[in-house]
Design a binder for this molecule. Structure first.
Ligand code: ATP
Length: 594
């Protein structure tokens, strides 16, 4: 199921003009590039329209009067027209493609920037394949629409008008017969357009489902193989592909009928034209050259009419893609920077929560009325049962979400009033499962601080106790980490992520379950590392593990989204507190049979 609400049961407008009007935003910055294209269209239309008329002159003036000089002249003119047509065709295709690629890039960039402004909630709810399909397939479809069809609109319109004018000039009555077929074409086009739009919408959704299945399978390939789920997934993949092919075929048939029926009607009219035009020639009311030129214009009438009809279908299918891209661009940003946000360098790193509550999407509150203070350059450990809201709390600190009420203050400043970039420079987070790019260790480190030097990277790695390990690798800092850093052990990933965070020189370092994947020895080593880090920044650790309590200056116990206890760990443990209860439960859990 796609997260986006594409169909809401209401009938859609047949051609959503509002969508296209809105798309002009992307065309506007390139408007000057349209000018040469329109100029080329004019010239190439004139050249193309001249060709049948030259045929008339060649037959009526050169052949009928047996004039070699006229024959030579018209033949040379025809050659020039053909050459010009060829050159203008290449030039306009090049310019059209360049323009549409620039527009496509702008749309993709806007969508990519939008993704960075959306909350983790959006990504939790939306399939990755669906997002990729919108940014990749739908935007490509828009490029095809703009380069193949939309940008050829002026050419086709000009050509149609010029062609019709030449036909009327040659014989008004014959022109009427020729053009009488156009309404039949328009009728056929209108009868198929609604159907086509729905089918394209279905096809896009099927395609995004296939993408989602592939991405999920790649990310979960270990589970898939280890649980012998390959055959099951193959079946699902086959079913999705079959539905896609079905949708594609239905769409193609409708698209073909929408174009083929009008063109069949137009072709039948050739017989009528020969009948009537031929009788005019026999009666001497029309020259042979004029009839030949007329038939050539009639044959060419099909092409702009078909292109314009194709354009109509393309607009219908393109509007689906446009709608899907705008749906993404319109997603509500839960966190935005205040227009009067102040730019400030946070230097201390004290943290205060003032009656902070939070609920996901109008659900029951996850955090309730949290009030606590963490002094600068101290270590605060937040413990609590699973689901108590610990990770949610860390997300609030870097404004992935906004508190439903209350304030979070760093160095006494409300983070809601700071520039997001300043806040995120001051607070660095290390997730429970840190992400790494398929790149070298140094590139992964420099991601946090692109201007850092090699010496800075080495120092951060030493501080995170991963320096010796990196130096022991054959390629040292140039060692390429596998996809998502899977070539490292869980503990090494954790330390490398800490080094990356330290490279930002944060005032507050937030670690979510940093020792979850470590053995007691490695956990002790990590706790020593974290203890030393408190000399540089405030350290906030979210953990289930008793070992990290030892280094804490302050412990906060969260239960059911509330702070049930806070204070120095030794004091709390000595008073038979909730903290003690929590860890006694941990010990019982640890003794449960595997
Ligand atoms: P753990 O120790 O198991 O990591 P936690 O204390 O970090 O748990 P959170 O991850 O903050 O707990 O989750 C707190 C509550 O919020 C849980 O009930 C969880 O189901 C819910 N929750 C977490 N993320 C979302 C989300 N994106 N949308 C809706 N509810 C969520």
């Amino acid at each position: 199921m796609a997260f986006f609400t594409g169909r809401n049961g209401k009938p859609r407008p047949r051609l959503p003009l509002a969508l296209f009007r809105r798309a002009l935003v992307f065309l506007r910055p390139h408007r000057l590039r349209f000018l040469p294209l329109v100029g080329i269209s004019f010239v190439s239309t004139a050249v193309t329209l001249a060709q049948p008329y030259l045929t008339k002159l060649l037959i009526d003036d050169a052949l009928q009067h047996r004039s070699f000089s006229s024959l030579r002249l018209f033949a040379i003119l025809m050659g020039i027209c053909a050459g010009l047509s060829f050159l203008l065709g290449i030039l306009s295709t090049y310019l059209y493609t360049k323009l549409s690629a620039l527009i496509l890039f702008d749309i993709r960039l806007a969508a990519f920037q939008k993704l960075q402004a959306l909350s983790p909630q959006f990504f939790a709810k939306t399939k990755a394949g669906d997002i990729v399909s919108r940014i990749n397939n739908d935007v490509s479809e828009l490029q095809r629409l703009s380069s193949d069809t939309l940008l050829s609109l002026p050419t086709n319109l000009l050509f149609l008008v010029g062609n019709a004018a030449m036909m009327v000039y040659l014989n008004p009555l014959l022109s009427l017969i020729s053009m009488a077929t156009v309404p039949a074409g328009i009728w056929a086009m209108r009868s198929y357009q609604g159907q086509l739009r729905q089918q394209v919408q279905d096809m896009r959704e099927q395609s995004s489902n296939i993408g989602s299945l592939l991405i999920e399978a790649i990310l979960g390939i270990r589970l898939l193989v280890a649980y012998n789920a390959g055959e099951r997934k193959n079946g699902e993949f086959r079913r999705l592909n079959q539905s896609f092919v079905q949708s594609l075929l239905s769409m193609q048939v409708t698209s073909f009928l929408a174009g083929a029926i009008p063109s069949a009607v137009l072709t039948v009219s050739v017989a009528l034209l020969f009948l009537y035009g031929g009788s005019l020639v026999i009666r001497g009311a029309l020259t042979v050259g004029s009839l030949m030129a007329f038939m050539a214009y009639h044959a060419r009438l099909l092409s702009p009419v078909q292109s314009l009809m194709g354009l109509y279908s393309a607009l219908i299918t393109g509007s689906v893609s446009l709608g899907r891209v705008f749906e993404l661009l319109d997603k509500r940003e839960e966190v935005t920077e205040a227009p009067d946000a102040v730019s400030v360098k946070l230097t201390e790193g004290s943290l205060e929560l003032d009656a902070v509550s939070f609920a996901y999407d109008g659900r029951a509150p996850v955090l309730l009325d949290l009030c606590f203070r963490v002094e600068a350059r101290s270590i605060c450990v937040v413990v609590g049962p699973s689901g108590a809201g610990k990770s949610t709390l860390t997300d609030l600190l870097i404004r992935f979400y906004e508190p439903s009420s209350g304030r979070i203050l760093i160095d006494g400043l409300d983070i809601g009033k700071l520039r997001l970039a300043d806040l995120r420079s001051a607070v660095a987070t290390v997730d429970q499962t840190p992400f790494f790019f398929h790149a070298s260790i140094s590139e992964n480190l420099l991601f946090a601080a692109p201007s850092a030097s090699a010496a800075d990277c080495r120092q951060a790695a030493r501080q995170a106790d991963i320096g010796d390990f990196i130096e022991s690798l054959p390629d040292k800092y140039e060692t390429v980490l596998g996809e998502r850093g899977l070539m490292l052990s869980a503990g090494q990933r954790q330390r490398l992520a800490i080094a990356r965070a330290l490279l930002r020189q944060p005032r507050i370092l937030v670690l979510d379950e940093p020792s979850a994947a470590l053995d007691p020895h490695a956990e002790f080593a990590l706790s020593e590392t974290l203890r030393k880090l408190a000399a540089y920044c405030t350290v906030l650790i979210v953990t289930h593990r008793p070992a990290l309590i030892d280094i804490a200056d302050q412990v906060i116990v969260l239960e059911g989204g509330r702070v049930v206890e806070s204070g120095r760990p030794q004091q709390l443990l000595a008073t038979g507190s909730a903290l003690l209860r929590h860890f006694r439960e941990k010990l019982v859990e640890a003794r449960l049979p595997a």
